[in-house]
Write a protein that binds this ligand. Structure first.
Ligand code: ACO
Length: 334
């Protein structure tokens, strides 16, 4: 058995910055409400006419990750792509990455686990590497939310939190099993699927039915019971981080860097306080990018690394919670 190690990181966000004041011109909201409830100051939204999509942003982030990893594209054995906003209903974005980057005809899978998508993707890649099946795996998280949001006052509870962006990493075989990804922990609770959902178009409620509906059909916009999600998020984040620490015989103060999914700054602050972590032990960038769901953990991990906040030998914890409900953590010896 081997371990897997992250050897290259990259991110890409669209240039177009949308501030809270910009949103207040589209809907009845304001900077104070958004900052107080979520910590978000601005987010990136793909501009009309841009070439960017989830797959294209993912490819741009991947180019950087590959370059920084020092491996060649030909050395990539497999692609794992996490997104809830794919370019096509099918096929998934993973195969687009294979084409966009001109990779060998390696396998590609998409992970459909929303905010937990990147942590699930890391876990999937880790299993392939652990067994020796693959040596180098490209793991991508990318989201293009802005084209699917209700940008009227009706949608303000959800629309103000989501942003667009992508991140990627190369996970590679590590022979020293005391290094790299030490363990991953994945969970789900499908009874709450409808608490955070985009219901349509789905195969049981397809486009003609939406168009023909006599009443206004809003099932293609995200719906979130925010307070309910918040309450579950703080509990599940804590549980799954503790699960990871216990599995590796670690205590709370062994955490050198926690990268929480950027759902809401208040959730991250709650966890920080609960675990007694200092400001230098938790990384947040939701202020700049909003919630980029499957891209959020990898964008944050990349930025933390770029800013020199992650050093060799550090215990890095990734944790996420989101629609499904799904949640998970990864404990990494950097
Ligand atoms: N601007 C101004 N007012 C608003 C806005 C807005 N953008 N949105 C809602 N309001 C109003 C509501 O209408 C409501 O008004 P009322 O009291 O007159 O009815 C009031 O503000 C409070 O609304 P709540 O929804 O109760 O606000 P809450 O304090 O719960 O904050 C938030 C909402 C920020 C979304 C919060 O619930 C949250 O962060 N939830 C968790 C999100 C999360 O973790 N998601 C998981 C990941 S996402 C994924 O997996 C896809």
């Amino acid at each position: 058995m081997y371990n897997s190690k992250i050897i290259g990181l990259g991110k890409y966000v669209p240039e177009n910055v949308v501030t809270n004041d910009d949103l207040s011109k589209m809907m009845d909201t304001n900077d104070a409400w958004i900052q107080e409830r979520t910590g978000i100051q601005e987010r990136r939204w793909i501009e009309n006419g841009s070439e960017d999509t989830s797959a294209i942003m993912g490819a741009k982030a991947s180019e950087i990750a590959i370059e920084r990893s020092g491996i060649n594209k030909e050395d990539i054995d497999f692609i794992v792509f996490a997104t809830m906003t794919p370019d096509y209903y099918f096929p998934g974005c993973g195969v687009q990455i294979q084409e966009l980057l001109g990779l060998n005809n390696v396998g590609a899978i998409d992970i459909r686990n929303q905010c937990s998508g990147f942590v699930y993707a890391v876990s999937v890649a880790d299993q392939f590497i652990k067994t020796g099946m693959y040596k180098n795996i490209l793991v991508v998280g990318a989201e293009y939310h802005s084209n699917g949001l209700d940008k009227t006052t009706r949608g303000r509870g959800v629309t103000v939190i989501f942003g667009d962006g992508a991140g990627a990493c190369i996970m590679s075989r590590e022979e020293d099993t005391t290094k790299g990804v030490l363990s991953t922990h994945l969970h789900s609770e499908g009874k709450y699927a409808e608490k955070l959902i985009v219901e349509s178009p789905s195969i049981r409620h397809w486009v003609p039915q939406i168009l023909e509906s006599e009443e206004e059909d809003l099932s293609y916009f995200p719906y979130m019971d925010g307070t309910f999600v918040f309450k579950h998020a703080v509990v599940r984040f804590s549980e799954v981080i503790m699960e990871g620490l216990m599995k590796n015989g670690m205590q709370k103060d062994d955490i050198d860097m926690l990268i929480p999914h950027q759902a809401n700054l208040r959730i991250a602050q709650f966890i920080q306080k609960k675990f007694g972590l200092g400001d230098d032990q938790v990384f947040n960038n939701i202020m700049k990018y909003g919630n980029t769901t499957a891209a959020s953990v990898i964008i944050a991990l990349t930025e933390a690394w770029e800013e020199g906040k992650i050093k060799e030998g550090d215990n890095v914890v990734l944790a996420a919670f989101g629609s499904g409900f799904t949640w998970g953590s990864a404990i990494i010896k950097w």
